[in-house]
Design a protein around this ligand. Structure first.
Ligand code: ATR
Length: 266
């Protein structure tokens, strides 16, 4: 029951109404008997600064930060962990008496999800895209000592970030497709049914593990499956990043099974 002392958490983004985070975070609070609620805050870019200050003033305990604010939020953080600095992006804020603490749990979510399907250590991995999601994944891959190839539509962006993560920039995904064990799509391509493919997906074969951050079966994943490859969508990554946020906020072990179940088939 929501009472006078119920704590408030949420996700701040634009747009954010489609977010699954309220679904599994509220399930987690309920299942653990925590007196808290989690809501979505849709905030326009021109109101962002005011919103961050308002969250603090309203004694909100913590928020997830999603598109397009994961980078913009850094300037309001008082305490940032090293991973946030390297990735230049935060997806979790905790409001404490010391100030605003910023964390990045996206890379943890990715690592946990992919590790359930394959061992990454020392593997050859092709990463598609060079935005915020890509940087979080590159950070995770570097920690696992993967051999990373990086492709981006705008090559200069790939060249800018590659040295930070020890990645090698490639001109075309096809250049290394037969050398890599794992392919990771971090772009939004595939979100819409008629998105043109990033490369010729027919080049995927059964030795590949294909991971897409998008949490539905994209054309990339569909083709990968048809061609005998292992195909992993971004739903577990989403739940796992949220589970890490839950742990940061509450200090409790997240009820992963309950959280996963709550978003299945949504
Ligand atoms: P996110 O935080 O989700 O990573 P972002 O930082 O805006 O979002 O990055 C978007 C990524 O998707 C970029 O790598 C972008 O490529 P560009 O740097 O060339 O813009 C990639 N992307 C978006 N639409 C794309 C498309 N139609 N084809 C290829 N890449 C695309």
């Amino acid at each position: 029951m929501i009472k006078g002392d119920t704590e408030i958490y949420g996700v701040i983004g634009f747009p954010v109404k489609h977010s699954l985070s309220p679904v599994f975070q509220n399930e987690a609070f309920r299942s653990e008997g925590i007196n808290a609620v989690y809501v979505a805050f849709e905030v326009k870019p021109e109101d962002f600064e005011e919103a961050i200050r308002g969250l603090r003033a309203l004694n909100i305990k913590g928020v997830n930060v999603t598109l397009p604010y994961k980078e913009a939020v850094l300037k309001y953080a008082d305490i940032t962990s090293n991973d946030v600095k390297v990735i230049s992006s935060a997806n979790t804020l905790k409001f404490t008496s010391e100030g605003i603490e910023a964390y990045n749990t996206d890379w943890m979510g990715f690592l946990r999800s992919i590790k359930e399907h394959t061992d990454i250590k020392g593997k050859n991995v092709l990463v598609l895209g060079a935005g915020g999601a890509s940087r979080a994944i590159l950070f995770a891959l570097q920690r696992e000592e993967a051999n990373i190839y990086l492709w981006n539509r705008t090559k200069s962006k790939a060249q800018q970030i590659a040295p930070l993560f020890g990645a090698t920039v490639v001109d075309m995904p096809e250049d290394v497709i037969h050398e890599v064990d794992v392919i990771v799509n971090t772009t939004s391509v595939g979100l819409n049914e008629n998105d043109p493919p990033l490369f010729n997906y027919e080049k995927i074969d059964e030795k590949h593990v294909v991971f897409d951050v998008i949490y539905k079966e994209t054309e990339l994943l569909k083709t990968a499956k048809l061609r005998g490859a292992k195909a992993i969508d971004g739903l577990d990554m989403l739940v796992y990043q949220g589970a890490e946020s839950f742990k940061i906020w509450t200090g409790k072990e997240p009820p992963i099974k309950v959280m996963k179940k709550s978003v299945q088939g949504i």
